[in-house]
Design a protein around this ligand. Sequence first.
Ligand SMILES: Nc1ncnc2c1ncn2[C@@H]1O[C@H](COP(=O)(O)OP(=O)(O)OP(=O)(O)O)[C@@H](O)[C@H]1O
Length: 333
Amino acid sequence: MIEVRQVTKRYGNVLALDDVSVTIERGDIFGMIGYSGAGKSTLLRCLNGLEQPTSGEVIIDGIDITKVSKRALRQIRQKIGMIFQHFHLIQTKTVYQNVAFSMKVAGKSNAEIAERVPELLHLVGLSDRANHYPAQLSGGQKQRVGIARALANNPDILLCDEATSALDPTTTASILQLLKKINEELDITIILITHEMEVVQTICHRVAVMEDGKIVEEGDVYHIFASPEQPLTKQFVDTVHSLTLPARLLEERTGDILQLTFRGDDAEQAIISKAATRFAVDLNILHGQITYIQDRALGTLIVELLGEPKERKRAAAWLTERTNRLEVLGYAS
Ligand SMILES: Nc1ncnc2c1ncn2[C@@H]1O[C@H](COP(=O)(O)OP(=O)(O)OP(=O)(O)O)[C@@H](O)[C@H]1O
């Protein structure tokens, strides 16, 4: 388990982290999302002791790593692997040598290296590229080498710093699936920072939303998608989970336009038809979609609510209570 307790980090008069507290359970895939400058990289670097907080504690499996000796920290670091946006491979070494190098640095014997490296290359799907140099690999393959290298010393934790930001969508998907497999099969806790909510949607169990050095919202990923509270969280959720109505439809509408978000197990149609019978209103469905957050469905509907103002208001209040999120996109003119 990782506990960040009231961590503050100042660079001169820049407050990069402002009293951040968060707990990451063993086996989680934990996402940290935020725009550039939010403090994500600084927080990640505090987790592996590359950065010393100005104040606060970073406790990994019961040990506050901000208080240990350099030697002890080096040992703890061996249990923490890291992968990077731009891979950071050694260009003059082959794939095999890149992975072997981190084991050599950790003092592993040649026999251990000779046994482990082929296993790792097999795990990341690069057995046939062992003798290639980084320049001969695609971005996705380079990241696979980065992952193999990060796993070489059997870490408990894998930190991913924008690991898919330099990759195209298909390659991103395959790297995310590999990370998921590593989490499930090797029981490695994964902490990833990203500015893409799609990455969070695809593999994270929990997510923290960061802004100006603070965590503004944190929770289970499905819950965050279904009921985001902070404006920034809503913005991120909307990047993958929003519907756009053609401008013509919005202009021609005569009723209120509502966007409703439902959990997958809710009977959306039943709620819509019940609202129509319960109140003197009509509801036209204009648009809808179901998004899957890992295996759980989250539905969105845009409806036009027609009727007298008082009835529309009552129906909207009734719907608000029965949906996860109701937003008014436009009122009847
Ligand atoms: N070594 C440093 N010296 C001075 N200021 C720094 C240093 N590292 C980070 N900062 C500042 O701290 C703040 C947080 O930066 P950080 O890199 O953690 O944000 P981020 O969310 O990871 O952004 P990005 O996605 O662009 O990397 C920024 O204002 C940044 O300029």
